[in-house]
Ligand binder design. Structure first.
Ligand SMILES: CNc1ncnc2c1ncn2[C@@H]1O[C@H](COP(=O)(O)O)[C@@H](O)[C@H]1O
Length: 436
C-alpha cells in the first residue's frame, strides 16, 4: 500500500462521521462522572481528588491499534459522597477493559451506580454537554443520541427528556457547535418495562418530536444573537425516533405487548431502531418476527441472526448498526475483531454494489457506550480498516452508508462527505484512487 492510501487515525478522525448508535448514559466518560461526583461532595470538603490507592481494575484495557490510548486515570478519591457512592474511578471499570466487562457486569453499572450519581436535571445536563463535546472532538458531524426517559426523586421522566433536549437545542443553535455537529435524539424503551411505561415513552417522543418545518426552529446560521438571548425557550423538539434497548436476557415474554406503542410511533413519523438478536436467547424466531413486524428501518448489533432473517434484512434494505468494540469487549461475538459479523455484512454490501443491485442494505458503525467500552468512533473506523482490509475509499463509503440511514440531517451529511472527498483529492491527488 502506498503511504497515501494507508489508513491511520488522523484519517479516521477527519472523516465526517455519523454516529447512529450511542446511548447517552453509557457515553459519559469516567472523567465527566468523576467531575459530577466531585461537584456533589459536601461543600466543607476540598473539591480535588485526594491521592490514595490505585485504580479500580488491575487488568489492562484492550490494546489500541494506531489510535492514541486514553489518558491514564488520576488516582481515585476516597472522600465520602452523600448518597454513599464511591468515586467513579473506584466503582467503574477501566474503559474497554476486556477482562472485567461482560453482559452480567455491564447492565448493573447503570442501575447500581450511574443512575444514582446522575439523578437530577443539573448533572444530566452537565453529562449531556460533555458527551456532545466528546463526539464532536472525535469528528462526528451528525449524532443521533439515544436515551431512556427515567425518573428519580428529583425529576420526572418528562423533566429528564426536557433537560437533555434543552442541551441539544443549545448545542444545535450555537453557530459554532451546530455547524460542527448536528444532534438529534432517540428515546429508548427498555425491554424490561411494562407496556404502559412503553406507551409513556412514545407519548414523550411525540411531544418532543422534531418537525423540520416547525416555525420556532431557527437554523444556527439564521438565528440572531438577540433571539438566542431572548426570553424564548430553546426549542426542545429534537426527537426523531424510538429505540428498543435493555438487557437482552430480560423482557422477552412481554415484547409483543409493545407492538401498539411501536406502531403508534411509526404512524407518527418517528424512525424505529431495535436492539436485535444481541444474544442467542434474544435471537429466537418468535422474538425476531415480533420485532420485524414493527417495521424498523435499523437494527442494532444483529449478532445472532438466522439465515432466513438475514434474507429479510437484505430484501428490506435495512441498516445494521454495528458496534465492533462493544461486541468484542462485552463478548457478544466470538473470534475477536477479525471474527466480527461486520466482515460478512461488509462483503454483502460490496457484492450488492458490484452487482449493481440497489437494495440499499446499509451499515453504520457505532460506539454503543464509549464511556464503558472506551473506543471512540474514529477508532472503530480504524479497527474496521485494519481487520477487514478497508482502504480510504471504503471508509468514505461507510460514512455515506451511515449518513444515508440517519432519521434526519441526511442531505447536509451528503454534502459534507462530498466536500471531504473533494478536499482530500485536491490536497493529495495521489489519493484520488483511494478516496474517489
Ligand atoms: C450491549 N449494548 C446494549 N444493549 C442493550 N441496551 C443497552 C446497551 N448499551 C446500553 N443500553 C441501554 O442503555 C441504557 C443506558 O443509556 P440511557 O440511560 O438510555 O441513556 C442502559 O441502561 C441500557 O438499557
Amino acid at each position: 500500500m502506498s503511504p497515501s492510501t494507508v489508513v491511520d487515525h488522523e484519517f479516521t478522525l477527519s472523516l465526517p462521521k455519523t454516529e447512529l448508535h450511542a446511548h447517552l448514559t453509557g457515553s459519559i466518560s469516567r472523567e465527566t462522572l468523576h467531575q459530577i461526583w466531585l461537584s456533589q461532595l459536601p461543600a466543607s470538603l476540598p473539591s480535588s481528588s485526594s491521592s490514595s490507592s490505585s485504580s479500580s481494575s488491575s487488568s489492562s484495557p484492550l490494546p489500541s491499534p494506531q489510535a492514541p490510548s486514553p489518558p491514564p486515570s488520576p488516582p481515585p478519591s476516597h472522600q465520602q459522597h452523600p448518597p454513599g457512592l464511591p468515586d467513579p474511578y473506584i466503582s467503574l471499570p477501566d474503559p474497554g477493559c476486556i477482562s472485567s466487562i461482560n453482559l452480567s457486569t455491564f447492565f448493573p453499572l447503570f442501575d447500581k451506580y450511574i443512575y444514582t450519581l446522575v439523578s437530577s436535571p443539573s448533572p444530566v445536563q452537565t453529562a449531556t454537554r460533555a458527551v456532545l463535546q466528546d463526539f464532536c472532538d472525535d469528528g462526528v458531524r451528525l449524532l443521533e443520541l439515544r436515551t431512556t426517559p427515567r425518573e428519580s426523586s428529583q425529576m420526572t421522566k418528562r423533566e429528564y427528556v426536557e433537560a437533555v433536549s434543552e442541551v441539544i437545542g443549545d448545542w444545535n443553535l450555537d453557530p459554532k457547535n451546530g455547524t460542527a455537529m448536528q444532534v438529534y435524539l432517540l428515546l429508548s424503551v427498555d425491554r424490561k418495562v411494562s407496556p404502559s411505561e412503553a406507551e409513556q415513552v412514545v407519548a414523550l417522543a411525540r411531544e418532543f418530536q422534531y418537525h423540520p418545518h416547525k416555525p420556532h426552529r431557527a437554523e444556527p446560521e439564521t438565528q440572531t444573537t438577540a433571539e438566542r438571548q431572548g426570553k424564548d425557550k430553546v426549542p426542545s423538539n429534537w426527537v426523531v425516533g424510538l429505540d428498543l434497548c435493555g438487557n437482552p436476557l430480560k423482557g422477552t415474554s412481554t415484547l409483543p405487548e409493545f407492538t401498539p406503542s411501536f406502531a403508534l410511533a411509526r404512524r407518527s413519523g418517528l424512525g424505529i431502531t431495535i436492539h436485535f438478536a444481541e444474544v442467542p436467547e434474544s435471537g429466537t424466531p418468535s422474538e425476531l418476527s415480533t420485532l420485524l413486524s414493527w417495521q424498523p428501518q435499523r437494527l442494532g448489533h444483529a449478532v445472532h441472526v438466522p439465515e432466513k432473517v438475514k434474507q429479510i434484512i437484505k430484501q428490506r434494505g435495512l441498516c445494521l448498526e454495528l458496534c465492533l468494540s462493544c461486541n468484542v469487549i462485552a463478548k457478544l461475538t466470538e473470534g475477536g475483531f477479525g471474527g466480527h459479523h461486520f466482515g460478512e455484512w461488509w462483503h454483502e454490501c460490496e457484492s450488492e454494489r458490484r452487482a449493481g443491485e440497489n437494495n440499499n442494505l446499509k451499515i453504520a458503525l457505532g460506539t454503543d457506550d464509549v464511556g464503558v467500552f472506551g473506543s471512540p468512533l474514529s477508532r472503530d473506523y480504524l479497527l474496521a480498516a485494519e481487520h477487514f482490509g478497508l482502504g480510504k475509499r471504503d471508509l468514505v463509503g461507510l460514512c455515506r452508508s451511515a449518513a444515508s440511514a440517519a432519521f434526519a440531517g441526511r442531505e447536509r451529511m451528503g454534502e459534507l462527505i462530498d466536500e471531504f472527498e473533494n478536499f482530500v483529492e485536491l490536497q493529495a491527488p495521489a489519493t484520488k484512487q483511494a478516496v474517489a
